[in-house]
Design a protein around this ligand. Structure first.
Ligand code: SAM
Length: 329
């Protein structure tokens, strides 16, 4: 019986943040300064957590951060995850979300270790615009090299995450359409969520699914294709079949009703929603000497209280107790 919450949602997708350090300072995520950081657990402790979750029916593990490629021991961690089997005895789906800055050298070792897929964040295809968003000079070429390096050992299809902000990079939509077709990647536009350190979010800045589709149609018509029930992105193919884009629209089209995700932060707290205001201290339970069965009981009790939905944009919205960089997106 897979892990299920009180609303009947099956929880199959675990995201582990293995560090909240990051070498980028993207304007929609971080402030310009480093700020306080949460402690990191040992890689073996994340692996133990993953093993217990997998025993409860998790089929996908995504490593994130912060920037996961900054974490020593990442390749070894992926090979250990690749040895785990799901409760149905299948291989675990192992993915990483990265800003891609260090991917050029790490793509091959990660693929050799058993990584299944990679998602690279890239918020502009114009290098100057890219630098303004990430606050890192010359990052674009580095990240593009990382994307291409990931394709060589077959980490395909590489997905590109792009957060659109009105007035900053919404002029990049059609250029990303061209990029998806030329590079053979899936570009996924993500609506900006109120999870940034600078608290600048407002509904006016969000570029919605509807607008993205309209602008992309001016470049080339799209047709929607079926997406998996638990998938967050709506999927679209260009009319000639070359190139795919996705749109993740948690603000204009929330998908909480079929959320299959649970997150563990770098310091070992379980978050049952990106917008949780309450965390559950798995690290403390581990430190108390709990057995794997006791950890599993703790996790099941926590999952039972998974939030029904987020409340973005509603009166009285209470911000999440951490910002995205400290949660793990
Ligand atoms: N450093 C890695 C990266 O850049 O992909 C992984 C961590 S990052 C927090 C994970 C994802 O969250 C990225 O794709 C990023 O674009 C997205 N993200 C960060 N802040 C966001 C926000 N306020 N709204 C929507 N997506 C956000």
């Amino acid at each position: 019986m897979p892990l299920t919450d009180k609303f009947g949602r099956s929880i199959r997708d675990l995201r582990i943040s293995i560090t909240d350090r990051c070498n980028y300072k993207c304007v929609y995520c971080r402030s310009g300064s480093d700020g306080p950081q949460f402690p990191e657990m040992a890689i073996d402790e994340y692996l133990r957590i993953a093993r217990v979750f997998v025993g409860l029916g998790i089929t996908k593990v995504r490593l994130t951060g912060g920037e996961p490629l900054l974490r020593n021991g990442l390749v070894e961690m992926v090979s250990e995850l690749a040895r785990m089997r799901t409760v149905e005895s299948g291989a675990l789906d192992i993915a990483i979300t990265t800003n891609g800055h260090l991917l050029e050298d790490m793509a091959q070792p990660l693929a050799d270790a058993g990584l299944s897929r990679v998602t690279v964040s890239m918020d502009a295809v114009d290098p100057g615009r890219f630098a303004r968003i990430t606050r890192v000079p010359n990052g674009f070429e580095q990240v593009l090299a990382g994307v291409r390096a990931a394709q060589r050992p077959g980490l395909n299809p590489v997905k590109i995450n792009c957060v659109l902000l009105r007035g900053l990079n919404d002029d990049q939509i059609t250029a990303f359409g061209r990029f998806a077709r030329d590079e053979g990647v899936i570009v996924r536009f993500i609506e900006f969520m109120p999870l940034e350190e600078d608290r600048v979010w407002s509904p006016e800045i969000v570029v919605t699914l509807h607008e993205i589709l309209q602008r992309m149609a001016e470049f080339m018509p799209l047709r929607e294709v079926q997406h998996a029930h638990s998938e967050t992105a709506r999927r679209y193919l260009f009319e000639d079949g070359v190139g795919e884009i996705g749109i993740v629209a948690p603000v204009s089209h929330p998908f909480c009703g079929h959320c299959s995700r649970v997150r563990v932060t770098s310091d070992g707290k379980i978050r049952t929603c990106l917008f949780s205001v309450r965390e559950h201290d798995l690290a403390a339970v581990m430190e108390s000497g709990a057995s794997d069965d006791e950890l599993a009981d703790f996790i099941c009790r926590v999952i039972d209280h998974k939030e029904a939905r987020h409340h973005i944009g509603e009166p009285g919205f209470v911000p999440a107790s951490r910002t995205m960089v400290h949660i793990g997106g």
